[in-house]
Design a protein around this ligand. Structure first.
Ligand SMILES: Cc1ncc(COP(=O)(O)O)c(C=O)c1O
Length: 375
């Protein structure tokens, strides 16, 4: 354990089993805590011992607490949150229930997550690109101008890009959208647990497995109350007659144990205080970029916050091969971000490094050394 650590992040580290190697890949999936893993296992055992539906009823308060905690992280009311399987499943659910005209235009930043663009196309929507500055940050003046001259039906913003350290100013974008009366959806898959997401958008969705360090297979969405009565939602025939509209968007069957695990993971974030985690992740991102600066054969992509660092190869390296060598020969887990992840922003692959709050100077040095010798 590095001496530089605050006791808070030492505790975060000690809540988890030791890693085999160096895990710098939270933007793919974070490291679940031992308490999270236990909660999943205990619930699965209860399903076998009591019966799955009895165990679920017994856990109703925990699940309601999870929806409340997630709602608070987004600045939305508790009844506006639904638990699903993934961020992609949440987006599909939103697209299927939102009152959008046929062929509606959805405005996105050039850094938009590629699979979201495919989901919009599959829904018959027309994607239009918002203007952004040279770093990829949405230009607010131009956004406001577009809202008057050529308004889209929807603005969709991926708050934190998956492939490089780019954070969109969603609070300012939300104000501009509200003034123009255009709904704003936020993809918070890389944002929740990482940066402040409590801005009360029209809709937001994410997954629990990344910066929240929840189990895989649990995603969620949130919808502002002003939309509840316009949603085209089908209540299950067996649902209670007073089921809240957004709750009807939850999957019929579910990984309940995973949801219980996520409740523990979110509880740990709240215990650490989210603002402290956001500050620490910002520091970790800056320290990673500083540690890799000047590395021969790579340039560090500029960032405006975020714990995500992207390295651009400058000596013709095959990024996917470098990622494999880092893992196999050095035990260092990273991601090769291929252009399909953000087709309007990524012309060539980048190496992504995404550590959590317990990343140490020794780990950054080990990565630099491994890249120096093999990359
Ligand atoms: C920005 C962003 N949006 C959406 C997703 C999709 O998340 P899921 O795999 O939970 O569907 C990801 C996953 O990496 C992502 O980074």
């Amino acid at each position: 354990v590095a001496d530089e650590w605050d006791p808070l992040w030492r505790r975060w580290h000690e809540r988890r089993a030791p890693t085999r190697g160096i895990h710098l890949d939270c933007a793919a999936a974070g490291r679940t805590s031992s308490a999270t893993i236990s909660a999943v296992a205990v619930h699965m055992r209860l399903e076998a011992e009591l019966g799955a539906y009895v165990a679920q009823s017994a856990a109703a308060e925990t699940l309601t607490g999870l929806r409340s905690d997630l709602a608070a992280l987004f600045g939305l009311p508790r009844d506006g949150v639904a638990l699903v399987e993934s961020a992609s499943a949440a987006l599909r659910a939103l697209l299927s229930c939102w009152p959008l005209p046929k062929g509606a235009a959805v405005a996105v930043a050039p850094s938009e997550w590629g699979p979201n663009l495919a989901a919009f196309a599959a829904a018959g929507m027309q994607v239009v690109l918002l203007d952004a500055d040279e770093h990829g940050v949405v230009d607010i003046d131009r956004l406001q101008h577009r809202m008057i001259t050529n308004p889209p039906a929807l603005v969709h913003i991926t708050q934190v890009a998956a492939h490089r350290g780019l954070v969109q100013p969603v609070a300012t974008i939300a104000r501009a959208c509200r003034e123009a009366g255009i709904p704003l959806w936020i993809d918070a898959a890389q944002a929740v647990g990482h940066v402040d997401t409590a801005i009360g958008p029209d809709a937001v969705y994410a997954t629990g497995r990344k910066w929240l360090c929840g189990p895989r297979g649990v995603g969620f969405l949130g919808i502002s109350e002003r939309w509840w009565s316009s949603l085209q939602v089908q209540h299950h025939v067996l649902a209670a007659s007073d089921e809240p509209t957004v709750l009807a968007m939850e999957s019929d069957d579910a990984n309940v144990a995973g949801r219980i695990g996520l409740a523990v993971a979110v509880g740990e974030l709240l215990d650490d205080t989210p603002a402290a985690a956001y500050r620490r992740l910002d520091e970790v991102g800056a320290a990673t970029r500083a540690a890799l600066d000047g590395l021969p054969g790579w340039t560090v992509e500029p960032a405006n916050g975020s714990a995500i660092t992207a390295l651009r190869p400058t000596a013709g390296q095959d990024v996917a091969a470098v990622r494999d060598v880092l893992l196999v020969e050095h035990g260092i887990l990273t991601t090769a971000s291929m252009p399909a992840r953000a087709p309007h922003d990524l012309a060539e692959p980048l190496l992504r490094i995404s550590p959590h709050v317990d990343c140490s100077a020794e780990q950054r040095e080990a990565l630099r050394h491994a890249l120096y010798t093999n990359g």
